[in-house]
Design a protein around this ligand. Structure first.
Ligand SMILES: NC(=O)c1ccc[n+]([C@@H]2O[C@H](COP(=O)([O-])OP(=O)(O)OC[C@H]3O[C@@H](n4cnc5c(N)ncnc54)[C@H](OP(=O)(O)O)[C@@H]3O)[C@@H](O)[C@H]2O)c1
Length: 329
């Protein structure tokens, strides 16, 4: 089978295309013949070695990159009773999806509804399940809740805005361009504006009558996090769920006190997908919303194993609006 592996950490040059034997599933595992893999920032971070010392994501070289996919069950390991050969399935947070086949622990795998295409299922898992826990468990979106969503035209951002609007929350959105802001408005943001060198915080306060929002979702980090503190209400919540713009390494907790006794969390998806029932519940809710039309995912591009570097470059250059996919078998 074809696969893209890394043996060392670095830029796009560390990705090597290889022909490998089709692996065999061990006990509790399934072999999936992949139709589609999601392409995510996390794949770039994996190549860069961002998880080299992580306990949450213990992915080490050599490895096949990619950690999200959809396809059909091609073989079952001992003890797997919940799936049959040929079942249409999807998963995320298991490395090895830039390949024709992947081995995945059965508890991480969810069935894909008959009416859902496999490309949409692949696009929905990682970003959909992330947006689900951010909106429900952390933001507690509902009527009366106000939130600020940064990078609102990104894969997670677009879903967070839609979930917020659907659940009755008021969502303010930031982006790096007017074209991206328009995407956020179309997804249901009450207002969308540019980061404007941190002045998004003043704009957010104006829009909330000086109060600030209940919760800020910040996947960017260093360029925005301190101003995100200024955008939150007293005793509000800052959800720092990524650092695509670089890490904040010098935050003194007293800054949270000065900003109004704020709560700051750095959550990870793995801790919100810690058993099969939770994964199935979150995926079923996201799939149902996609099928009834109340959520939608824009596929930003379809790539192959020969041109996947172009997708990584577009992600890094902030040219991607929506979700890129990798086509396999
Ligand atoms: N904690 C969790 O559970 C969790 C789960 C999934 C992903 N994440 C993290 O969330 C972040 C976003 O992931 P994603 O998959 O949603 O990506 P994405 O959809 O591709 O969104 C990335 C967006 O980030 C914005 N951005 C700001 N600064 C950037 C920079 N220096 N370089 C590139 N993009 C920048 C861009 O929007 P603008 O141009 O509008 O700024 C870009 O569209 C990543 O850090 C990822 O690791 C965290």
């Amino acid at each position: 089978m074809r696969a893209i592996q890394i043996d060392r950490y670095g830029g796009p040059e560390v990705m090597i295309r290889r022909d490998l034997p089709i692996p065999r599933p061990g006990p509790g595992e399934v072999l999936i013949r992949l139709a589609w893999s999601g392409i995510n920032f996390m794949d770039i971070h994996t190549c860069q070695g961002k998880y080299a010392g992580s306990r949450t994501y213990p992915v080490r070289v050599p490895t096949t990159i990619g950690m999200e996919g959809a396809g059909t069950v091609a073989a079952l390991g001992d003890g797997v009773t919940e799936f049959q050969l040929g079942d249409r399935v999807a998963y995320c947070l298991s490395w090895g999806s830039y390949a024709d086949y992947a081995i995945v622990a059965a508890w991480r795998v969810v069935p894909v509804p008959e009416a859902m295409s496999l490309d949409l299922a692949a696009a929905a898992m990682f970003h959909g399940l992330t947006a689900h826990y951010l909106a429900h468990d952390l933001g507690q979106f509902g009527p009366g809740v106000t939130a600020l969503v940064h990078s609102a035209s990104g894969g997670i951002g677009q879903l967070l805005v839609q979930l917020g609007a659907r659940l009755g929350a008021t969502i303010y959105a930031t982006t790096s361009s007017e074209a991206k802001a328009e995407v956020a408005r179309q997804r249901g943001a009450a207002a969308a504006f540019l980061y404007d060198e941190g002045r998004f915080a003043d704009r957010t306060r104006e829009l909330t009558g000086g109060r600030g929002v209940d919760v800020v979702f910040d996947p960017i980090g260093r360029p925005t996090l301190r101003d995100s503190l200024r955008a939150a209400r007293t005793k509000g919540l800052i959800v720092s769920f990524g650092s695509v713009g670089g890490s904040v390494k010098d935050l003194d907790p007293i800054e949270l006190g000065e900003a109004g006794s704020l709560f700051l969390t750095r959550p990870r998806l793995a801790d919100h997908l810690d058993d099969a029932a939770t994964i199935r519940r979150r995926a079923a809710e996201i799939f149902a919303a996609l099928l009834d039309g109340s959520l939608s995912i824009a596929i930003a591009g379809r790539y192959t194993l020969d041109d996947v570097e172009q997708a990584h470059a577009a992600l890094e250059d902030r040219r991607m609006i929506g979700k890129p996919l990798l086509q396999l078998s």
